[in-house]
Design a protein around this ligand. Structure first.
Ligand code: SF4
Length: 721
């Protein structure tokens, strides 16, 4: 921090989304005067998005809880930390003693991955809870990525990242990085990076049921019917084999299953999938030829391809496309990162590398992945009576009522729990059901390092941010709360009491020390050598803008998991191909429309709508509907329409637009702040409607169990009729 005319400058990483932009915060005393992009950050180069000001807004938000509260019949009552922690631990132990360990479930929300301390201590807490009913935001929209990485490359975190700074051809499927700033592809300043592809003679093609903001920067955009991306990918692969365009190159010696892929792709020639996908056979051939013919090509398939009935097949086939064209592990293709704190090498060969289907959920029999069950099963595990029923829930940094499928059913189930505790600083649509809320400090009161997003970045960098503010007296960090509950569980249940060695280790090995050790002894670390130029936490702390560690580098087969081979035809994916083939002979259209989601730049899922600057202006929670469908339904622009699905109904304003394809409607996610009992005044005044009152917990990607939010069958009618 520097001082000048009473103005201080603080440099840190914005933790609000995956782009990890560097920000410069100007302060006078403790007053934040401005938040700007940090031009000296080697990765984000001065870029920020409009959400960055949310750092100030959330920090100063009068609705943010600063002390624990208990729900009583007379309203929320302030209580002390010790009392709150003790009650949470006591109730967990009592319910588990009566009904078994699995009677208490855990849900970790998306912001967990934006706090290294919550991430590290969350895993420890999950073990202390002794429950197999663990859920997280992973199965909301990205589980198929991790499953494909585990089954193909041998580690759930070995996610290939499109090398967009060097690619000559970017195929974007079901992703809108201009609005998301990159997701599972950390790419700050994405607009300029995309424009640079075309400026150097490359090409961008976007395939999406909506002509998105990213499509506006592309050479071509194709509408595709929701849920049919796997058919398109198989047809492209068919063309590669049919025209002799497969060329794995240096990958060939360590790839298994190429012949199996040729057999599997045979029933999917472009002509066979054209009607189902809505993309002409000739165009599919062109896509395959362009991808194979580019000097370097990458495919970025994100939320739209994961959150559908064939999400796992999509993520698998995207990587197959990379391998068959020699674009995996090639500059300009899809590459692996080499972060300074390397979660992959730290856990390679352990159960944390991944495991799948070791057990199944009680009610529907959905498979676990990495020790977690799909969140689409959470409500039924709570509201279905019987042995093993979930009777209590602990949530941390999540709002599953608004972010998981069929939020209405989940909300009803929360109301029926014997006990619920939430680690959160807002009383939101989910935490309002808690008996106890334990608010952690906000990010500006903590240090910061991105354990996950350096791993997913398009360039290797490292950056550590010191806390901007001292945490106010009497507040606790997320990891301290989790640690305190875990310790207290041992007080109420002697069987969980840790031994002296374990206690000393837990006390000494704080998240910060774990980070320091991980950096020092990581692949770029200084180790024990005091003269080394390698990284350590203290060196990083002296580099407030971060450090550039260079472009992604080829690393296969060394970085692969056990066996050092790429599995191109994993059994669970191969077994699902027949179901995909049946889609070709199934009904093409029905009387209903297909609902898809969308994201906008000023929203961050559900939790930043209490910032006036981020919600002001025209209503963004509108239902996009194509003019042809609108005309047929008697819906005009701005008409209030009722949208119904199997799960429920909402009322929302229509926005007539040819940016969505005929037969498809689109609604943004994260809204629906009109539930009574929340304490987020600005969000309530800009409530919108929740897409997850329409999405269906029974619709999933069969292989992974990930929720299938895209392509939900809905009907739309004007409320005036
Ligand atoms: S793009 Fe993401 S990381 Fe960058 S300023 Fe916006 S919210 Fe923060």
């Amino acid at each position: 921090m520097s001082a000048e005319d009473g103005i201080r400058h603080h440099y840190r990483t914005c933790h609000l989304c995956e782009a990890i932009c560097g920000v410069e915060i100007r302060l006078r005393g403790n007053e934040i005067l401005s938040i700007r992009g940090d031009p000296a950050d080697p990765f984000s180069r001065g870029h920020i998005c409009p959400k960055a000001v949310g750092l100030k807004d959330v920090h100063e938000d009068p609705d943010r809880l600063r002390h624990p509260v208990r729900r009583t019949t007379g309203g929320w009552q302030r209580i002390g930390w010790d009392e709150a922690i003790d009650e949470v631990a006591r109730r967990i132990v009592a319910i588990q003693a009566q009904h078994g360990h699995d009677a208490v479930a855990l849900y970790l929300g998306n912001p967990t991955v934006h706090s290294y301390s919550a991430l590290l201590s969350g895993a420890v807490f999950a073990r202390a809870l002794h429950s197999r009913n663990r859920f997280s935001a992973t199965s909301v929209d990205q589980l198929p990525h991790h499953l494909a990485a585990w089954l193909m490359f041998g580690h759930q975190l070995l996610l290939p990242i499109p090398d967009i700074d060097r690619t000559g051809y970017l195929l974007v499927l079901g992703a809108n990085p201009v609005a998301s700033n990159g997701s599972l592809m950390t790419a700050p300043d994405i607009v300029h990076r995309l424009k640079a592809i075309r400026a150097r003679g490359g090409r961008i093609v976007v395939v999406d049921p909506r002509r998105s903001e990213t499509a506006a920067l592309a050479d071509r955009h194709h509408f595709i019917r929701p849920g049919t991306d796997a058919l398109l990918l198989f047809a492209m692969i068919h063309v590669l084999f049919d025209e002799g365009r497969t060329a794995p190159g240096r990958l060939q010696p360590f790839v298994d299953g190429i012949n199996e892929l040729e057999r599997l792709a045979a029933p999917f020639p472009p002509a066979a999938v054209a009607e189902a996908t809505g993309i002409a056979a000739a165009e599919i051939r062109t896509l395959a030829r362009e991808f194979a013919g580019a000097a370097a090509a990458a495919c970025h398939g994100r939320v739209g391809t994961s959150t559908q009935g064939f999400g796992s097949l999509c993520q698998w086939l995207i990587q197959v496309l990379h391998v068959l064209t020699g674009n995996l592990d090639r500059p300009g293709g899809a590459m692996f990162t080499a972060p300074a704190f390397d979660l992959v090498s730290r856990t390679q060969g352990t159960s944390q590398a991944g495991h799948y289907d070791r057990r199944r959920t009680r009610v529907r029999g959905l498979p676990e992945f990495g020790g977690e069950f799909p969140v689409a099963a959470l409500a039924e595990e709570m509201d279905t009576p019987g042995k093993g029923q979930v009777r209590a829930l602990i949530t941390s940094a999540g709002n599953p009522v608004l972010s998981t499928p069929n939020g209405t059913r989940l909300e009803r189930a929360l109301g029926g729990l014997e006990f619920m505790a939430s680690i959160d600083f807002y009383i939101n649509e989910t935490t309002r059901h808690a008996n106890i809320i334990l608010p952690p400090t906000f990010a500006l009161e903590r240090d910061h390092y991105d354990l996950v997003f350096h791993l997913l970045a398009i360039r290797n960098t490292a950056k550590y941010s010191l806390p901007l503010f001292e945490p106010p007296p009497g507040t606790r960090h997320d990891w301290q709360i989790l640690d305190d509950i875990a310790t207290r569980l041992g007080v109420h249940d002697p069987k969980r009491r840790p031994g002296i060695g374990e206690r000393l280790r837990a006390r000494w090995l704080t998240p910060r020390r774990t980070l320091a050790l991980g950096l020092r002894f990581g692949p770029r670390g200084a180790g024990w050598n005091p003269l080394s130029n390698g990284l350590c936490l203290s060196r990083l702390a002296r580099l407030p803008h971060g450090i550039d560690l260079g472009p992604l580098e080829s690393c296969l087969p060394a970085r692969l998991g056990a066996g050092k081979r790429i599995q191109l035809a994993p059994g669970p994916f191969v077994a699902d191909v027949e179901r995909l083939a049946r889609q070709l002979s199934g009904p093409r259209t029905g009387p209903s429309l297909q609902l898809i989601g969308r994201r906008d730049l000023r929203s961050n899922n559900s939790w930043m709508h209490n910032s006036h600057r981020l919600v002001k202006g025209p209503n963004r929670c509108t239902l996009l509907i194509h003019p042809t469908d609108a005309l047929q339904l008697g819906v005009a622009d701005g008409t209030l329409v009722r949208v119904r699905s199997r799960a429920g109904a909402i009322a929302v304003a229509a926005e007539v637009s040819d940016a969505v394809m005929p037969g498809v409607v689109s609604l943004p996610h994260g809204w629906g702040h009109d539930r009574p009992g929340t304490q987020q005044a600005i969000a309530s005044a800009h409530a919108g409607a929740s897409i997850n009152d329409l999405t269906d917990e029974l619709a999933i990607d069969t292989v992974s169990g990930n929720a299938a939010f895209s392509g939900v069958a809905v009907t739309v009618e004007s409320t005036a009729t």
